[in-house]
Design a protein. Structure first.
Length: 484
């Protein structure tokens, strides 16, 4: 497409351009579009709208950009349907007596390519990932050829951003690596890409590479304490992956404390559960509880400021209650789970409510108080009903199995048999594609049915030590029970 200098549709679309330049480009494009409408030049209108759309992307106004791109596409469709534009363009190119094709006789395919690249970028900017991927694929055929290498590069930038946003797989790794070495990007953007690459390496199990990249990046980001803290998180996860538990805990703790010192409440809320889990596994239960309490406070602050809904706060309360229970403080755990139940109910989330009810039931059962056991059974039934209504058959079956285990430990063998039988039946109704995950739990439930039957027919007077084991907060029934 032949366009006057500075009038390329991508004008204003380079990330490093200042907002003032984009505003100027937008104003000029709007004026050009109005003039072209007056002259009746459909191609010039489409060109100006496309330029405006790319300027709007630089300004972060992707919704408006999509409107301009759609209007430009409409003009292009009209030009293609009419057919005269291409005829006049070819005649102008072939004739020695006519001037070369100018702004009003530009290449439709190239302009449409800029429209499609812009649409992909707008969808990506808006977080409409599925539509962005589709737009990238629609644009690909229009970016072929040596003369459209700039188009291809612009589309690759969008595709790489999508891959990085997806955050998984070889495409994301390759995209983050390219961005980390892209001289067009700013130093801050390249460091962000290096962080993403290190995180993806850790997620992919390439821990030694993740450690090397994290340590290298730490040397280059001492002027950005928030990025430094995030890199320490990645480093801690990678160190844990290599079995260097003490070093991992030190790095993760440094990251958490840095987030707190910076007042980054979201980061404090998100980092707490992972650090607390590793602290608990290391036997540092009091420290794990303290970390989660700070995360809960951070989440509560975010809710009060309108920066988050209640979901994160509910999840963190549940994590705190679970940590308290696993640390042996079932009484405090029951209280925190009860608060979690109340907040989940007020929030109107049936799955979070069921999760909290299940957690409270497990904690109450662990107190050894018969009255608490009765309340636990009621909570398990409430949770089971919610799981059934939301199609979570495996968790509904887990509630039945947990109730059977509790009744068995209490010596209510007939009632326990009914619960275990119901659990086995529920497991059998799980779709085959998901059944493998619950195979062992179903086997344990069947084993306990055999134990109960042997007690009923008198071949056994007492249950074995491995019978009627709780699945705990994770509904993991695979420990402590033999197969039939």
């Amino acid at each position: 497409m032949s366009t006057p200098p500075g009038d390329d549709p991508q004008e204003g679309h380079e990330e490093g351009q200042a907002g003032g330049q984009a505003e100027s480009a937008l104003a000029r494009a709007r004026a050009d579009a109005e003039a072209a409408r007056t002259q009746g030049s459909s191609f010039a209108v489409a060109l100006a709208l496309t330029q405006a759309g790319h300027a709007l992307l630089v300004l972060g106004r992707a919704d408006e950009a999509l409107t301009d791109f759609a209007e430009a596409e409409g003009y292009l469709d009209l030009l293609r349907t009419d057919g005269e534009h291409d005829k006049m363009r070819l005649l102008s190119i072939a004739s020695l007596s006519l001037a070369p094709p100018g702004e009003n006789l530009g290449d439709l395919d190239t302009l449409e390519a800029w429209v499609r690249v812009g649409q992909a970028g707008a969808f990506e900017q808006l977080g409409r990932v599925g539509e962005a991927h589709q737009a990238v694929e629609r644009a690909r055929p229009f970016t072929r050829g040596w003369r459209r290498r700039d188009l291809r590069k612009a589309l690759d930038v969008v595709a790489d951003r999508l891959a990085r946003a997806d955050g998984t797989g070889p495409a994301a790794l390759a995209a983050s690596d390219r961005a980390a070495h892209d001289p067009i990007l700013s130093e801050a953007e390249r460091r962000q890409a290096r962080y993403e690459h290190a995180a993806l390496l850790a997620e992919d199990g390439r821990f030694d590479e993740a450690i090397r990249e994290s340590l290298t990046l730490l040397r280059d980001c001492d002027d950005d304490p928030f990025l430094e803290a995030r890199v320490r998180q990645v480093l801690g996860a990678a160190l844990a992956g290599t079995g260097r538990t003490d070093d991992a805990l030190m790095s993760l703790t440094q990251a958490f404390e840095s987030f707190a010192a910076l007042g980054e409440d979201r980061a404090v809320a998100l980092a707490g559960p992972g650090l607390a889990s590793r602290l608990s596994a290391d036997g540092q239960h009091a420290r794990a509880v303290e970390v989660l309490q700070r995360s809960v406070t951070a989440a509560r602050t975010m809710v009060a400021r309108g920066e988050s809904d209640a979901s994160m706060h509910i999840d963190l309360l549940g994590a705190l209650a679970t940590t308290l229970d696993d640390a042996g403080d079932s009484t405090r755990a029951v209280d925190v789970f009860a608060q979690t139940v109340a907040e989940a109910e007020a929030f109107g989330d049936p799955v979070r409510l069921a999760d909290a009810q299940h957690g409270e039931a497990v904690a109450r059962a662990r107190t050894g108080n018969p009255d608490e056991a009765v309340e636990a059974l009621s909570l398990l039934d409430s949770a089971r009903g919610a799981y059934e209504r939301t199609g979570m058959t495996d968790r509904a079956a887990g509630c039945q199995q947990e109730a059977g285990a509790l009744l068995g430990r209490l010596g209510s063998f007939d009632a326990a048999r009914g619960r275990y039988a119901a659990a086995v039946q529920a497991y059998s109704e799980i779709p085959q594609v998901l059944a493998a995950e619950s195979k062992e739990a179903r086997s344990v439930a069947a084993y306990n049915l055999v134990v109960l039957q042997s007690i009923t027919d008198g071949t056994r007077s007492e249950p074995p030590d491995d019978a009627f084991a709780s699945g705990g907060h994770a509904m993991d029934f695979t420990d402590g029970a033999a197969t039939p």
